[in-house]
Design a protein around this ligand. Structure first.
Ligand SMILES: Cc1cc2nc3c(=O)[nH]c(=O)nc-3n(C[C@H](O)[C@H](O)[C@H](O)COP(=O)(O)OP(=O)(O)OC[C@H]3O[C@@H](n4cnc5c(N)ncnc54)[C@H](O)[C@@H]3O)c2cc1C
Length: 316
């Protein structure tokens, strides 16, 4: 479950086609929500995406383990989403899509350590840290993803990144077993983390005591910066491309004259050239065509090949 490839699955035994009989077996006896044919545009910040064969929202880690075991037995792929760095293709995602939105407990441990379940979203986690006067997550101000998604992506900003705070990660592996993995066994790099295969269900974060006012000041300033520079009022999925060395993708795209470029209702933001926004009815096809055009134009003009940060997932 490390990146967005459609056939990448926690079961590790996925098949090309899944019958409704298989899907019934995969979701049998689960206590969480099960939605067949759920439109994934309702679960992504881009508001784009076709249906999941079945979307499951487990109630707890045991429920998730059961799902994973049953999916493994039926060789049905499982794909976890938070939904804020994703472009789901118009044909949707085959197999099981898992949302951890009900795994949202936060526990205080000793010496500045917090355990957050995988479905906790960063704004909630940050508010929790502020009330305990714990510093170490200010860099994440304005990142809407789940704590699990932020570990998988090693999310970050110019103020810091997830790897700076992670102490250990809890994963449910493709056989449904719970595994705890210390941070020093995880290889983090720019918007990437090499984790054990499976679904991240919890993260231990090591934070430091600090003055609450100081923490709040940093967060407020960074949120103001985002509001001034990013298109936060239109559906989007954050930065589309990674920054190349010694440059930023936004600067290159803007210099190529692409701000405001459109395919259908997908538009290169007028405010921040490394964001694509959905003006209303954009399809994944529109976004993909626009991204290709941007990549091609920048490469022709500068010789630099931009690499995607956005995960494009689902049935081509
Ligand atoms: C307005 C806006 C601003 C943003 N700003 C930033 C920013 O400054 N910096 C930054 O780094 N990102 C930013 N993002 C992007 C996004 O929030 C981050 O990449 C975040 O880490 C994605 O988390 P997610 O839970 O939404 O995961 P998703 O986007 O759903 O998934 C990302 C990848 O993680 C995998 N994944 C998700 N959950 C799990 C899980 N539980 N177990 C295993 N794999 C999982 C998915 O399968 C996928 O491969 C921004 C997005 C928006 C919309």
């Amino acid at each position: 479950m490390r990146n967005g490839a459609q056939r990448q699955s926690s079961s590790g035994r996925s098949r090309a086609n899944t019958s409704s009989h298989d899907l019934q077996a995969v979701v049998a006896g689960l206590r969480g929500e099960v939605r067949f044919g759920a439109p994934l545009r309702d679960y992504t910040s881009f508001r784009i995406g076709g249906p999941a064969d079945v979307l499951v929202i487990p109630v707890d880690v045991d429920d998730l383990s059961r799902l994973i075991k049953q999916a493994h037995a039926a060789k049905v792929p499982v794909f976890a989403i938070g939904g804020t760095n994703l472009l789901v293709r118009d044909q949707g995602i085959r197999g099981v899509v898992v949302s951890l939105s009900r795994l949202k407990a936060i526990k205080d441990e000793s010496d500045g350590v917090i355990y957050a379940e995988g479905g906790v979203v960063m704004p909630t986690l940050m508010r929790h840290a502020i009330t305990r006067a714990l510093s170490g997550l200010e860099w994440a101000a304005g990142i809407p993803g789940t704590v699990a998604g932020c570990v998988v992506m090693n999310a970050g900003t110019r103020l810091g990144e997830m790897k700076d705070a992670v102490k250990a990660v809890r994963v449910v592996d493709p056989l449904g077993r719970v595994i705890d993995c210390p941070a020093n066994a995880i290889q983090f790099s720019y918007r990437r983390a090499l984790l054990p295969r499976g679904i991240v269900v919890g993260v231990w974060l090591q934070l430091k005591p600090a003055q609450r006012e100081k923490i709040e000041r940093v967060i407020k300033e960074y949120l103001r910066y985002r509001k001034n520079t990013q298109p936060l009022t239109l559906p989007n999925a954050g930065c589309v491309f990674k920054n190349p060395e010694h440059n930023t993708a936004g600067r290159l795209i803007e210099a190529a004259g692409l701000k405001g470029a459109r395919v259908g209702d997908a538009q290169v933001s007028e405010k921040h050239a490394n964001f694509v926004v959905n003006l209303g009815q954009a399809s994944a096809g529109d976004v993909i065509a626009l991204i290709k055009k941007v990549g091609r134009t920048v490469e022709q003009q500068t010789g630099i090949t931009l690499e995607l940060e956005l995960k494009i997932v689902g049935q081509p």
